[in-house]
Design a binder for this molecule. Sequence first.
Ligand code: SF4
Ligand code: SF4
Length: 186
Amino acid sequence: MLASMKGMVLTIVSAFKKPVTDQYPTKPRKLQDRYMGFPALTWDFEVEEPYCTSCMVCIRQCPTQCMSATMKDNPLQKEGKSKRRKIVDTFEINLNRCILCGICVTVCNFDAIVMSHEHEMSVYERNGDRVDLIELLEMGKRYQEEQDWVPPSTLKKKAAPRRRPAARRPRPTKKASQEEKAQPKA
Ligand code: SF4
Ligand code: SF4
């Protein structure tokens, strides 16, 4: 009897408590900054071009081989507006095969790819999640704007302590080195 009364009280109290569950998808939970969604390509707003030079490093390292890309000569470099000699021409990721491991982001030397916050991209077709350069850059721009994104290499430079230049030892003159050689050894 006492046990069933206790159970009733617990049920009534729980009914008036704030629910711990989220009402997805009507009220999705706020994503944490560190959340890793699908990979996306970043946009260099200073030069107005992608960061990606299509160097292929991420493509070679991707464990599921879900990425492909091609490069071209950068017309903005010829005009003196960009330092990038080569630039991405086409890029495709098959997001159905991506395992969100983040290796592509780790190996990229050009701040060109990020793990965005995009995740609600399921489709019914088997190969319906192939995203091209335009879509990847759109995803990247959204992420950059949401996060006030700063290129990791710039952050690293700011965080690195300034190294003092090592004091230079004076070079021995020719005469001094001759005198040193001429001295008998003890
Ligand atoms: S995203 Fe980075 S590693 Fe991948 S092709 Fe572009 S520049 Fe190279
Ligand atoms: S997150 Fe991993 S699986 Fe997905 S594209 Fe990058 S390297 Fe490939």
